[in-house]
Every structure is written in structure tokens, then in C-alpha cells.
Design a protein. Structure first.
Length: 302
């Protein structure tokens, strides 16, 4: 089992090198991270975009992109289509967002003709290593789905399970977060959390998956809090996946972990036929490299 992001990088190095296509690769920080990942043997890049700008950035940072495949395309919509088609045709294993709007890239990902659409739902999963938590923490969905309903939450959990399994977690423990641990008919999050727990008990998420809820955040991550409150659960204090009820909750927890707890992180979009690395411009260089490694490990564990 991968317990931290250094072990994630190591796992990505040790597996077969994955082919990564970067849509609009003329992004300084993204290009640096991709080239670093390539030097580590994690990925073999295909760089799509404004080749002149890509070479200029490479020159300014002493990066050698001559050994990578470069595809010239200035139009961003066409850049996205070319990048995604390389994955859907099997010429690349996964795709990463460069200097391009998220909406443009995801439109191509969901294109019925050349895209990576499945019957699942696209959802965002962040992986955090927090100093005072004993293992990696997966947070979903603080980046894409605004207020998912029960069916959508089911698909979000399934997407997160794929990530956790790729990281070597045998028994995945999912905490369905709410403001309290008791079902309240006025709080939809508590009602749906209990329904998701029942689905888990029936095996609807597969073997070795434990879903519990509703759980307040403290119960999900602290055995001491669970002990004080007399709350008994296999998930409490040992959570792998935090399922949030709304995007605001996920966004708030994620940014708190990053900026107040100095957590290391990696992020990925799941639900397509291949992982989509979609990083924020505010993400650190290390976070971008971690996200590439995460995409590589998931792509290598199909």
C-alpha cells in the first residue's frame, strides 16, 4: 500500500512508463513538471500546442524537449480534440491540462465521437498527506460536482475506490460526511449518507469496501473523537475516502489542508476511460508532479 506521496513517485518510477499527452503544453509550471516526470522515467510525454512557445519555455528553463513528440496546434479547441483522440485511439495512456480552459478540455473528453465518455460521472479526487494523519486521505468531490444527488454520490464513491485500489489499499473505508452523525430528516446529507451506508452493507460497491455515514469530520479522522463520543465504527479514525455532500465542503476542507496544515497533495479526474490530470495554476510544482505520478499509477493499473 502506498502510504505517502514519495512512495507514489517511487511506484510510478518502477512501473512501465506511461505515455502522457499534454493539451496546450505551453504552460511554464506544467512543462517543468512534465519534463521532470519524464526524466524520472514516469512518463513519455507528447506535447500538443504552440510549439514555438513550448521551445521558448524549455530554453528559458534548460529543458530538453527535442526528445519528446511535439504536435503543433494553436487553436485550443483543436488542441483538446487532438490530445483526447491520442488517448482514445490508444496512442497515449492519459491526458493532462496545460494552458487551456478546463471546460474546453472536458468538452473534448466527453465528446461522443472521439472522447473518453463512459456511463460513469466525471468527478475530482484529491489525495492528501497530512502530517498528523497515519495514511493518505482521499477527498471527493471538491472540484467538479456542485451538489451531487444520491445516484451521483454513488458514482463518485466508485470513482474514488478505483483510485484507492490503484494505490494498493485492500479494504477501502469511505466516510460520508455531514454536520452530525445522526440522521436528521431536515438534512439531506445525513439521509443520503445512511442510504450509501446501506448500499455498502449490501455489497453494491464491491468486496472489501466499508461505507459509513453520516459522520462528522472529527469522527472520520479521529479515533479519539469517536471514543469520547462513544461512536463505534470501522471507518471512524481510519478513513481512506472522505465523501463530501457539496463542492463548498470539499473545496473548504481541501484548501484548509493545503494552506493551514501544509499537506502535500495530488489530484485527478476520474470517470472517463483514462485519468485526466487537471491541476490548478496555484498548485505547487511538487503537487503537479505528484498529480502526474498519480495519473500514471492509475493508468498503469487498469
Amino acid at each position: 500500500m502506498i502510504r505517502n506521496l514519495q512512495e507514489l513517485i517511487k511506484a510510478a518510477k518502477e512501473q512501465v512508463t506511461m505515455k502522457l499527452v499534454v493539451a496546450a503544453a505551453q504552460d511554464e509550471e506544467v512543462l517543468i513538471a512534465v519534463c521532470n516526470a519524464a526524466e524520472m522515467g514516469i512518463v513519455q510525454p507528447i506535447l500538443v500546442g504552440d510549439v514555438g512557445k513550448i521551445k521558448e519555455i524549455a530554453k528559458n528553463h534548460d529543458l530538453d524537449v527535442s526528445k519528446y513528440e511535439l504536435i503543433e496546434e494553436i487553436d485550443l479547441n483543436e488542441t483538446a480534440r487532438i490530445s483526447v483522440k491520442l488517448v482514445s485511439s490508444g496512442k497515449a495512456d492519459f491526458v493532462m491540462k496545460g494552458l487551456i480552459d478546463t471546460s474546453i478540455l472536458l468538452k473534448a473528453v466527453l465528446d461522443k465521437e472521439i472522447g473518453l465518455r463512459t456511463d460513469s460521472l466525471l468527478s475530482h479526487i484529491m489525495v492528501y498527506k497530512v502530517a498528523n494523519y497515519h495514511k493518505l486521505l482521499f477527498l471527493t468531490d471538491g472540484g467538479m460536482n456542485i451538489a451531487p444527488n444520491l445516484e451521483e454520490k454513488t458514482k463518485i464513491i466508485k470513482n474514488s475506490i478505483k483510485v484507492a485500489k490503484a494505490m494498493g489499499i485492500k479494504t477501502v473505508k469511505v466516510a460520508c460526511l455531514a454536520a452530525k452523525e445522526k440522521v436528521n430528516p431536515k438534512m439531506v446529507a445525513t439521509i443520503e449518507a445512511e442510504q450509501l451506508k446501506e448500499m455498502g452493507n449490501k455489497g453494491e460497491f464491491g468486496e472489501d469496501i466499508i461505507v459509513d455515514g453520516p459522520l462528522a469530520f472529527d469522527l472520520a479522522v479521529s479515533k479519539e473523537a469517536a471514543k469520547v463520543k462513544g461512536f463505534k465504527s470501522e471507518v471512524a479514525g481510519d478513513t481512506d475516502v472522505l465523501l463530501v455532500p457539496t463542492i463548498e465542503v470539499g473545496n473548504g476542507i481541501g484548501k484548509t489542508l493545503t494552506y493551514m496544515a501544509n499537506a502535500e497533495s495530488a489530484g485527478i479526474i476520474m470517470g472517463a476511460k483514462a485519468p485526466v490530470v487537471l491541476v490548478s495554476r496555484a498548485d505547487s510544482h511538487e503537487a503537479k508532479l505528484n498529480s502526474i505520478a498519480l495519473g500514471s499509477v492509475i493508468a498503469g493499473n487498469k
